[in-house]
Design a binder for this molecule. Structure first.
Ligand code: ADP
Ligand code: MG
Length: 329
């Protein structure tokens, strides 16, 4: 019983972390290739890179479980390279681990180094030398978000695998499993919004769903999903857009301001919402080009610290002007 209770308290990203490679969704090429390496007994040093929540950590842990089984603890060392204790600590841990005699087992030990792209160039150089030194009985798996932040000398020692953002179907398969296990009731609109808003990040999908469950005890609505992600609801975007298109200047500004405040939205979220809705609008090319060009400029201005109020008014101006272009002959 106590064990069950502790599983209940786990974050779902841990509770539903894949146990085996078969539970890793949407990364078939990577999974097939690394399995083949193991099967052939020729595991190279690995680099897994790609955006968060795509299964990098899960894949290497599942692979390690398949290789080592109950001997996992003795054979695998997990380190976080972004730990600010520096390369010296990492070096010592690796040294202790790699040089310990393997009495009960043969084969390579595995060192997993997470967030390696957070390391300084000097630390990466040190790491490269460490890898060389221990290659005889150790394999490294380096995890990173960006390969280009890694030193070429380090890259050249690893076989690289890119983890792409997961497609909606892969997220759906996993999430549907969780929905059943957690006895949730999630309608299609809510599920589709969850898949869209997760943007290929399984961790995000699971976290959002768990937050919704905590707030609702079972029934998960589309509104809850948007709220939990902190993304604007399409209905709110439509209300604003409608007012900007139809109302006079001052009413449009006041609707804009009111919904922004009420829903706690930032202009940058609204702009993305506008662009998505505009994708489904029939527009003449010149009106579409005008609006996209100018909304892009506003987005850039915000990212450079432009004033929110000024940029909000500018957005309204751009949309109103695009409507004029659209309706003029
Ligand atoms: N491809 C995947 N298949 C199944 N679950 C996944 C996948 N990617 C991520 N997850 C889920 O999201 C959580 C975080 O994944 P993780 O492997 O740590 O991602 P990354 O290391 O790429 O940031 C995992 O615990 C798992 O529950
Ligand atoms: Mg990870």
């Amino acid at each position: 019983m106590p064990k069950e209770r502790s599983a209940e308290n786990l974050p779902w990203v841990e509770k539903y972390r894949p146990d085996t490679l078969n539970d890793v969704y949407g990364q078939n090429e990577v999974v097939d290739t690394v399995r083949k390496f193991v099967h052939d007994g020729k595991l190279p040093h690995l680099l897994f890179y790609g955006p968060p929540g795509t299964g990098k950590t899960s894949t290497i842990l599942a692979l390690a479980k398949e290789i080592y089984g109950s001997n996992f603890k003795n054979m695998v060392l997990e380190l976080n390279a972004s730990d600010d204790r520096g390369i010296e600590v990492v070096r010592n841990q690796i040294k202790n681990f790699a040089s310990t005699m393997q009495i009960f087992s043969k084969g390579y030990k595995l060192i997993i180094l997470d967030e390696a792209d957070a390391m300084t160039n000097v630390a990466q150089n040190a790491l490269r030398r460490i890898i060389e030194k221990y290659t005889k009985n150790t394999r490294f798996c380096i995890l990173a978000n960006y390969a280009h932040k890694l030193n070429p000398a380090l890259l050249s020692r690893c076989t690289r695998f890119r983890f792409s953002p997961l497609n909606e179907l892969s997220i759906k398969e996993n999430i549907s499993k969780v929905i059943i296990k957690e006895h949730l009731n999630v309608g299609d609109p809510a599920l589709n919004s969850l898949l869209k808003l997760s943007k290929g990040d399984m961790r995000k999908a699971l976290n959002v769903l768990q937050a919704c469950k905590a707030a609702s005890e079972g029934e998960v609505t589309q509104d809850m999903i948007y709220e939990s992600v902190g993304a604007p609801h399409p209905k709110d975007i439509e209300t604003i857009l409608d007012s900007v298109l139809k109302d006079d200047w001052s009413s449009a500004i006041s609707t804009f301001k009111k919904i922004k405040q009420l829903k706690g939205l930032a202009l940058i979220d609204l702009l993305q919402g506008f662009i998505e809705i505009l994708d489904n609008f029939e527009l003449q090319p010149k009106a579409r080009i005008y609006i996209l060009k100018h909304l892009a400029e506003i987005e850039y201005a915000i990212s450079r610290g432009g004033n929110e109020k000024v940029q909000s008014s500018a957005s309204i101006g751009v949309i109103k002007r695009a409507l004029e272009i659209e309706t003029s002959k």
